[in-house]
Ligand binder design. Structure first.
Ligand code: PBG
Length: 328
């Protein structure tokens, strides 16, 4: 017969009680908001592949600042869309490049904003690959010096943290060394450590115009069959001086977030990428799901798995949900 002594439902009676026994606690302090800065002027345009997200030219950044303040989001991850691309991606380390301009403008507008920059080449190269080409191959070691130059130029423009997303071997060490030699010993590195060659990046590549012109990214981004290798990538980045490690994408990689949390002591970030956001938006627009519920549940899944930091296009809405006590 049913044993009535043990009744888990007792602790589910009423919101006040349920909130007391919640196991996963979250706060808007854990959220990072990705932002696309477009070179030019008077650009404030919704991104078709990412409904509700915008391209901002530097002069339009007051609109972003207003949005951040309205929702109490204090941390951003910047991506740049340059006006010109070339095979070397040289605008990426230009002192007056689009991200560098954006950093300086945001710093003026909101001095306390915590500015993280994505360090990669794919938005800047005409071929769309994340590094310097040698024939049709991405040349790992020649790319390292370029990545280091990009990171230093972001630091000089006023970035608080750099986040290399290119997946070249040895890039954390190269960037750490260059930052240190430029006087930025205290500037932390958040490494996209376990970054997979994922189909979930589609809407981002649309937004950033960064789809590879030929081939794909499987010679540098990870094969999504591999979990042990993901841990190896995390360990390597930690050994090279990463301050924060990352698993990306998030929702399809909860096992790796869980495993990285168990193995490593560093703060752990997860990136809920463009495809995760766009799928939720599309399913909601089709009337198939409740967007708010799916957004909240997906975010909590990532924290429950062990992430400390969530990079998400829903940062503003999630910050509101956390403050309202719907989650957290
Ligand atoms: C740059 C970069 C990408 C993303 C973050 N940094 C694209 C890619 O690797 O193709 C994806 C972010 C997203 O999908 O939201 N390398």
């Amino acid at each position: 017969m049913f044993n009535a002594t043990i009744r888990p439902r007792r602790l589910r009676a009423g919101d006040t009680l349920r909130r007391m026994v919640r196991e996963t606690r979250v706060s808007p302090d854990s959220l990072v908001y990705p932002v696309f800065i477009a070179e030019g002027a008077h650009i404030y345009q919704e991104i078709p592949s990412l409904p509700g997200q915008f391209h901002y030219s530097p002069d339009e950044l007051p609109r972003l600042v207003e949005r951040l303040q309205q929702h109490g989001v204090s941390r951003v991850l910047l991506f740049g869309l340059p006006a010109q691309k070339d095979p070397l991606g040289s605008s990426a380390w230009d002192e007056n490049g689009v991200v560098q301009q954006g950093i300086r403008r945001l710093r003026e507008l909101l001095p306390d904003l915590y500015i993280i920059t994505d360090v990669c080449m794919c938005e800047y190269t005409s071929h769309g690959h994340c590094g310097v080409l040698c024939g049709n191959e991405v040349d790992n070691d020649r790319t390292l010096e370029r990545l280091a130059a990009i990171a230093c130029s972001h630091a000089r423009a006023g970035a608080d943290m750099v986040a290399p997303s290119d997946m070249m071997d040895g890039r954390v060490a190269a960037i750490r060394d260059a930052l240190d030699r430029s006087g930025f010993q205290s500037l932390p590195i958040m490494a996209y450590s376990a970054k997979f060659a994922s189909s979930f990046y589609g809407p981002f590549r649309e937004a950033a115009g960064s789809a590879p012109a030929f081939g794909d990214r499987r010679s540098y981004q990870m094969d999504w069959h591999n979990a042990r290798e993901a841990m190896r990538e995390c360990a390597l980045d930690i050994g090279e001086g990463a301050d924060i490690i990352m698993v990306k994408p998030a929702l399809a990689y909860l096992d790796l977030i869980h495993e990285a949390r168990a193995r490593f002591d560093l703060p752990l970030a997860a990136y809920a990428v463009s495809g995760e956001y766009a799928m939720t938006k599309a399913a909601a627009a089709a009337g198939l799901i409740d967007e708010y519920g799916v957004m909240c549940e997906s975010a909590i899944a990532v924290f429950r798995a062990g992430a400390d930091i969530l990079i998400t296009y829903y940062a503003c809405e999630l910050a509101d949900a956390m403050r309202a006590g719907v989650i957290g």
